[in-house]
Unconditional design. Structure first.
Ligand SMILES: Nc1ncnc2c1ncn2[C@@H]1O[C@H](COP(=O)(O)OP(=O)(O)O)[C@@H](O)[C@H]1O
Ligand SMILES: [Mg+2]
Length: 364
């Protein structure tokens, strides 16, 4: 390759995982091979403004945006690439070959950004619109898992409206169908934001109200006394699974604090599992990945019940935490793929998927 690939790296974003995204982006930007890529860093503020500049990440980390250039992508494929605002006019800013959304949660990982990138006719890292959206919505995701016959812990999907109208009634319905401890989650978030583990009616009510602050739809599910096992999957049509890893949370569950602020949570790589269990979980991870039509990458998270050995699928993360010490890249490292090789593979997969889609017939 003599021409460098022009790679747009997006970070920050409007979700509650803005700061997590900055951490992931620091590792990604630090490891990209500048001989291969012309990197265009663009931060998205919490309000949704797109700001570019060679030092955009440092500027975002410092909360100092004045030297950055406002930019945008257009949904019109005849106006590809990044445009800059000059007052009220648009001027070309940079051509783009591939986009790497290093964004977690809503407006980045949930199919919305992916829709824009499809309209803009750009190749991008990770799952497409449907895979991203299904992966993000914990309720729909569980419905799909159940339809495919994968084991999911018993759950209910509720709306904020129901909780506001009759919280006690909703709680009674949960208790009739699920055993404590009960996890209450907003359907569309990540990083454990808004999630509670309830042990009684009072905590359940508080959890329902808390989750309602974050989403219109809630998922309420039966707690499993389980080991948390995660697998990294990589690929498009023929995905492959890494060795499994295990999370040993420092807190009562793997909360936001346990994930990012508490040093005592541990990653065990590879997870201590029998060869047979390891194989079962890796195959399960690939089957789940394909059932949701994922692409590029995803981390597939399981709850391995201690008493029964049943492997419940908990969730998939289509843009998982991506710092050098995050589970997704660590599992690949343990499987023989270095962090920067992983970035190369993801970018190659993005281009391959773009090519496949371009070859589709559009007319009748
Ligand atoms: N059904 C469950 N049984 C036991 N623990 C759970 C259950 N659901 C969630 N947890 C705990 O809560 C954490 C966060 O829940 P998760 O669904 O993974 O949300 P997030 O998308 O925020 O990571 C999990 O890592 C696990 O520790
Ligand atoms: Mg999780």
């Amino acid at each position: 390759m003599n021409e460098k690939l022009r790679l747009l790296v997006l970070f920050g974003g409007r979700s509650g995982e803005h700061e997590v995204s900055l951490m992931s982006a620091r590792s990604v930007l630090g490891a990209l091979d500048r001989e291969k890529y012309d990197v265009i860093p663009v931060g998205i503020t919490k309000e949704g403004r797109w700001l570019a500049g060679p030092h955009a990440l440092e500027a975002f980390t410092a909360g100092e945006f004045t030297d950055l250039v406002p930019v945008t992508l257009l949904p019109d494929p005849s106006r590809r690439g990044l445009w800059r605002w000059e007052g009220e006019r648009l001027q070309p800013y940079a051509a783009v070959d591939v986009v790497f959304p290093v964004l977690h949660g809503p407006f980045g990982e949930d199919g919305t950004l992916q829709g824009l990138l499809e309209l803009a006719d750009l190749a991008y890292v990770g799952a497409g619109v449907v895979g991203s959206a299904v992966g993000m919505d914990k309720g729909i995701f569980k419905d799909v898992m159940r339809a495919h016959g994968f084991a999911v812990s018993p759950y209910l999907v509720l709306t904020r409206g129901e909780v506001e109208a009759a919280a006690e009634e909703v709680a009674a319905r949960c208790e009739a169908q699920l055993r404590y401890p009960i996890f209450v989650k907003p359907a569309n978030l990540g990083s454990s934001v808004g999630i509670t583990k309830a042990h009684n009616r009072q905590e359940l009510l508080a959890g329902l109200r808390l989750a309602s602050l974050y989403d219109r739809r809630l998922v309420v599910e039966q707690g499993v006394d389980a080991r948390e096992i995660e697998v990294s999957v990589l690929g498009n049509e023929a995905p492959v699974a890494s060795v499994p890893g295990e999370i040993i949370p420092a807190a009562a569950f793997y909360s936001y604090e346990a994930k990012y602020e508490d040093e005592a949570s541990q990653l065990v790589i590879p997870a201590a599992l029998s060869p047979a269990k390891t194989e079962e979980i890796r195959q399960l991870a690939v089957a789940i990945y394909q059932a949701v039509d994922l692409a590029g990458m995803a981390r597939v998270d399981f709850l391995l019940e201690k008493t029964t050995g049943v492997c419940y699928i908990n969730e998939v993360n289509t843009l998982p935490g991506f710092t050098q010490i995050s589970m997704y890249p660590k599992l690949w490292e343990a499987s023989g793929l270095s962090y920067s090789e992983l970035l190369d593979r993801l970018i190659a997969l993005a281009l391959a998927r773009y090519d496949t889609r371009r070859r589709l017939r559009r007319e009748r």
